[in-house]
Design a protein around this ligand. Structure first.
Ligand code: RB5
Length: 151
């Protein structure tokens, strides 16, 4: 299952990618935005998708204008690993890093490129001990700075 979320700037690309996911028989759920609203805010949709991804140990794709806002918001959620992707190389890296979520730019990434990125990222993971070791260190940083008293 892949959970999708976008703000207004990622809305059109999300709608296009839904068609692609249908054609390719991927199971997905759209967590909004359900209509184009230029006043909506990407963190609201990032949070919805992250909660689903965490609860179900599934994958997610977030769309905003640049991909950066969604990436920043998703990586604030304890336990989530997200990566912004814009070409095949960054998609391959997201696959190696086994990220939970990729984020895409609705303003800078063409739908055909977004489709390529998704296919590469969802390929069976290219396991490499170096990447696993480094991600474990990233998770250690997350744990070191997690302080429930601050919330
Ligand atoms: C919204 O205009 C835009 O700022 C947002 O979608 C995103 O690109 C932020 O990084």
């Amino acid at each position: 299952m892949i959970y999708l979320g976008s703000d207004h700037a990622g809305f059109e690309l999300k709608e296009r990618i839904k068609e692609f996911l249908k054609r390719e028989n991927y199971e997905f759920e759209d967590m909004g935005a359900y209509i184009y609203d230029e006043n909506d805010d990407y963190p609201d949709y990032a949070l919805k998708v992250c909660k689903k991804v965490l609860n179900n140990r599934e994958k997610g794709i977030l769309f905003c204008g640049t991909g950066q806002g969604m990436d920043i918001a998703a990586n604030k959620v304890f336990g989530i690993l997200a990566a912004v992707c814009w070409n095949e190389e960054t998609a391959r890296n997201a696959n190696k890093l086994n990220v939970d979520i990729i984020t895409l730019s609705g303003r800078l990434t063409e739908p055909r490129m977004a489709e390529k990125i998704i296919k590469i990222w969802l390929n069976p993971m290219d396991i490499d001990d170096r990447h696993i070791r480094r991600i474990k260190k990233v998770k250690d940083i997350e744990r070191e700075f997690f302080n429930p008293k601050m919330i």
